[in-house]
Design a protein around this ligand. Structure first.
Ligand SMILES: [Zn+2]
Length: 493
């Protein structure tokens, strides 16, 4: 049994969850469930990133204290993981002074003792939207390109982290895939960014930013939130006390992040770990953004899509399906209710739902609702088709192409529907041997579809077993007859 430690990034708490957060949670959940099925011992961590000026400003707008405000938003994210079936093991909160802060202090001291922190005067442009210093090249007409706001000109004393000391080492690790960055174009982008990387600000004076973790031994400074938030991947598994969980699971096997925060995870984070003498993450998967009806989500347009509403309206699995199938794991994708309904009807209702109904109807009609399988009836053609699907599916998941993995599952479903059309079980009812072969093949395909869907659509997978009357998730398929329990898997929209 191997250990498998996976993290999603920690959503920032200045605003409630939107559909983009749900996408990342779901992607991480698929990899989590997949690894559990492989028999690995899995730990899945997420949480909320709660410090920084942006949170304070958002709290002021709602006339709440920062803590009160982030408590509410954080609870919303946690609730989202529950309703979307996200099987997390730990939800970290960066305002947790008992577990998170001691880990942050421990890392800070390691960096300091290693001579990797120094104080210097800093002059730069700070964008609150980014919660980061930005470069002049990121401005247009004096405004931050992404946030359309004017950055503050800041001149202050900061602690700096000697990123430059580690950049050559990180460059080599990434080139050699010791830190594997997927997709490859993100790896190349990182390699370009590393070349221009300079030492980074590691603290800000308390007067500029009070909502955060104080620098140990220098309470006039607050640890820069980016450095501090990254440490949640350590604090959440017990780094402060070096617990058994920490010893077992560190380092992360996969860390999933959005493209906007890639640089922090692929450059600054490994540098911090090298400085602290800790093992590095094995891979970092970078996903794109979701637009809504082709437009960037924004409060001004009013198209920020609430994942709670969607799950309530359509159910968890249909939403999981759309986000995992329609949106490339690698690229930007689009949410549109129209496209969702089209996909739902075509793939879930007409393809998968229909296949289940057809097989169940045949068992009812020709076997009085109870059918016994035997391995000797499985055709070589079907065996090979199933094995080939698993091969492509496993490869796709290993390469963070979740949409391709699902495409393969649904092409097997389509194959089975064609198989029924071609073999016309209703026309061979007079030939029990032939009919047994056709029906066994169909059951074998359906069981495999349900197994393949487990990490992606856990509820649907269980429903298929239930409708087929498959015991122990179909693992006893040769021992007991299938007593079908017909019902509609996906009613048409
Ligand atoms: Zn900005």
């Amino acid at each position: 049994m191997n250990k498998f430690y996976i993290t999603s990034s920690l959503p920032y708490t200045n605003a409630p969850a939107h559909i983009g957060h749900l996408l990342e949670f779901i992607q991480a959940d698929v990899l989590t469930r997949y690894n559990r099925l492989l028999g690995n011992e899995v730990f899945f961590l997420t949480g909320t990133d709660e410090h920084g000026r942006k949170n304070v400003q958002a709290a002021e707008k709602k006339e709440k204290s920062p803590q009160e405000f982030v408590n509410e938003i954080s609870a919303g994210f946690k609730e989202l993981t529950k309703i979307a079936g996200i099987s997390i093991d730990k939800f970290v909160r960066t305002t947790d002074q008992f577990n998170h802060w001691p880990a942050v202090h421990k890392i800070w001291k390691k960096l300091r003792d290693n001579g990797d922190l120094y104080k210097a005067e800093y002059e730069g442009l700070y964008c609150i939207g980014h919660e980061a210093f930005i470069k002049k090249s990121e401005l247009k007409d004096g405004l931050c390109l992404e946030h359309q706001t004017e950055p503050e000109k800041i001149k202050e004393e900061n602690y700096f982290f000697k990123l430059s000391k580690y950049k050559n080492q990180i460059e080599k690790l990434i080139q050699e895939d010791k830190i594997k960055i997927l997709p490859v174009h993100r790896k190349n982008e990182t390699l370009k960014l590393i070349k221009d990387s300079e030492d980074v600000s590691a603290s800000r004076p308390k007067e500029s930013i009070s909502w955060g973790v104080p620098v140990p031994g220098d309470s006039g400074h607050i640890i820069y939130i980016w450095l501090e938030a990254l440490i949640s991947y350590l604090s959440g598994i017990g780094y402060a006390d070096e617990t058994e969980v920490f010893k077992k699971f560190w380092p992360p096997d996969i860390q999933i992040v959005g493209k906007d925060i890639m640089r922090f995870h692929t450059i600054i984070w490994p540098a911090m770990l090298l400085a602290a003498g800790l093992e590095l993450p094995k891979s970092i998967y970078v996903h794109g953004f979701i637009t809504v009806d082709g437009q960037k989500m924004s409060k001004t347009i009013g198209n920020v899509t609430d994942p709670f509403d969607l799950v309530k309206k359509y159910g968890v699995d249909p939403i999981r399906y759309y986000l995992l199938r329609e949106i490339s794991s690698y690229e930007d994708g689009d949410w549109s209710e129209k496209k969702f309904e089209a996909r739902y009807n075509a793939d879930l209702a007409n393809n998968l739902g229909n296949l289940v109904s057809r097989v169940v109807a045949l068992i009812e009609k020709f076997f009085n609702g109870s059918f016994s399988c035997s391995r000797r009836f499985v055709s070589k053609e079907i065996d090979e088709k199933v094995i080939d699907t698993w091969k492509k599916y496993n490869q796709s998941i290993d390469n963070f192409k979740l949409h391709i993995a699902l495409e393969n599952v649904f092409s097997l479903v389509g194959f089975a529907n064609l198989y029924i059309d071609e073999h016309k079980p209703w026309a061979i009812s007079g030939n029990p041997e032939k009919l047994n072969i056709v029906m066994t093949n169909l059951i074998v395909i359906l069981l495999n579809v349900a197994w393949l869907l487990k990490p992606f659509l856990p509820e649907t997978s269980s429903n298929i077993f239930e409708i087929l009357g498959a015991d122990k998730d179909g693992k006893s398929w040769e021992e007991k007859p299938f007593q079908v329990r017909p019902r509609i898997l996906f009613p048409k929209i």
